[in-house]
Ligand binder design. Structure first.
Ligand code: ADE
Ligand code: ZN
Length: 334
């Protein structure tokens, strides 16, 4: 068996994936044919995905998100995402949905869209055997008041929809750190929600300290931790999971060269490293590619890839019982 077959068969969790970032230009064209108004041409759709730096990337993400309109659109893109994940051997995904973008730019109700997403989630669980938890993501540079609407919606819907597992902040950390969200994070935790945060993607380790200090249990990217030995020690000691997204960092320019990426150093320093794809349609990659890159670009052995897959299960917000089942499947894979 070749290594790529091993990677595909390895039961894996994807913990850092944005629903909107899984939508391809081809899917946008299909969606637009169902909407009123002039249909989107493929070349026009592809142009939305072009960017040259991190700011441009955030604008591209917003432009793609704006083309998702109806509950049926959200159901369709959720289903497509889950089909692709299942094909890569992903058994569980924790998926960010940018509720902050929907509220701030689109000014529309989220529940009807969420019902569409939930229909696809339930169908995929029954038909493909893949589980999915939602993480409601706020856009940090829209500020705490907008984030409050996102987190409170998660808290309000959670009793009825246990698939809503947590909250997070994405967006531009060069403009806003984690501190303004401290009280909101405490409130979300009290409502039973798990806490994540993008941190240390475009700025230094102080942003990661900030996220940890407001209670983030998992860190998105955490690229700049490598510059702070004290922080590295803390991450290793407390086993705070880092959601590493190598291709994302290369494409957005947050990490200019693959040789500079700290993935290997994090793993060798005993951090709880997980591999993730972030926005696969904007980066032309997927989770399987990330594992292949770890093997080819960073020299991870099959046993180490198995450890990364086990980390993804351990660092997930799944119930202990399901974690044990999945960990056993990883261990016994030949
Ligand atoms: N939203 C979607 N992907 C993101 C990323 N990598 N960083 C910040 N916000 C995002
Ligand atoms: Zn992200």
């Amino acid at each position: 068996m070749g290594s790529s077959s091993f990677i595909r068969r390895l039961p894996k969790a994807e913990l850092h994936l944005h629903l909107e970032g899984t939508v391809t230009p081809e899917t946008l064209v299909e969606l637009s044919a169902r909407h009123s108004g002039p249909p989107l041409e493929l070349a026009q759709a592809r142009a939305l995905y072009e960017y040259t730096d991190f700011t441009g990337f955030l604008m591209a993400f917003k432009a793609v998100s704006e083309h998702l309109r109806t509950p049926e659109d959200y159901e369709f893109v959720t289903w497509r995402m889950l089909e692709r994940l299942a094909r890569q051997g992903v058994v569980h995904a924790e998926v960010y949905v940018s509720v902050g973008v929907i509220y701030y730019w689109r000014r529309c109700e989220f529940e009807p869209l969420f019902l569409g997403m939930e229909r696809a989630r339930a169908r995929a669980e029954a038909e493909l055997g893949i589980s999915l938890y939602w993480i409601f993501d706020a856009v940090r540079h829209f500020g705490p008041e907008e984030a409050a609407r996102v987190f409170r919606k998660a808290a309000e819907l959670r009793p009825q929809f246990p698939s809503i597992v947590g909250i997070g902040i994405g967006g531009d950390e060069r403009r806003v750190g984690a501190e303004p969200f401290r009280e909101l994070y405490a409130e979300a935790r009290d409502a039973g929600l798990r806490l994540t945060a993008h941190a240390g993607e475009t700025v230094g380790p102080e942003s990661i300290w900030g996220a940890i200090n407001i209670g983030a249990e998992r860190l998105g990217h955490a690229l700049s931790a490598v510059h702070d030995p004290e922080l590295m020690d803390l991450l290793a000691e407390r086993q705070i999971a880092v959601e590493i997204c190598v291709t994302s960092n290369l494409r957005t320019g947050c990490c200019p060269r693959v040789e500079d990426h700290p993935l290997r150093r994090y793993f060798d320093s005993g951090l709880m490293v997980t591999l993730n794809s972030d926005d696969p349609a904007l980066f032309q990659s997927d989770l399987e590619d990330e594992y292949c890159l770890a093997r080819k670009g960073f020299g991870f052995t099959e046993e180490q890839l198995r450890e990364l897959a086990a980390n993804s299960i351990e660092a997930s917000f799944l119930q202990a019982e399901r974690k044990v089942t999945l960990l056993r499947r990883i261990e016994s894979l030949e």
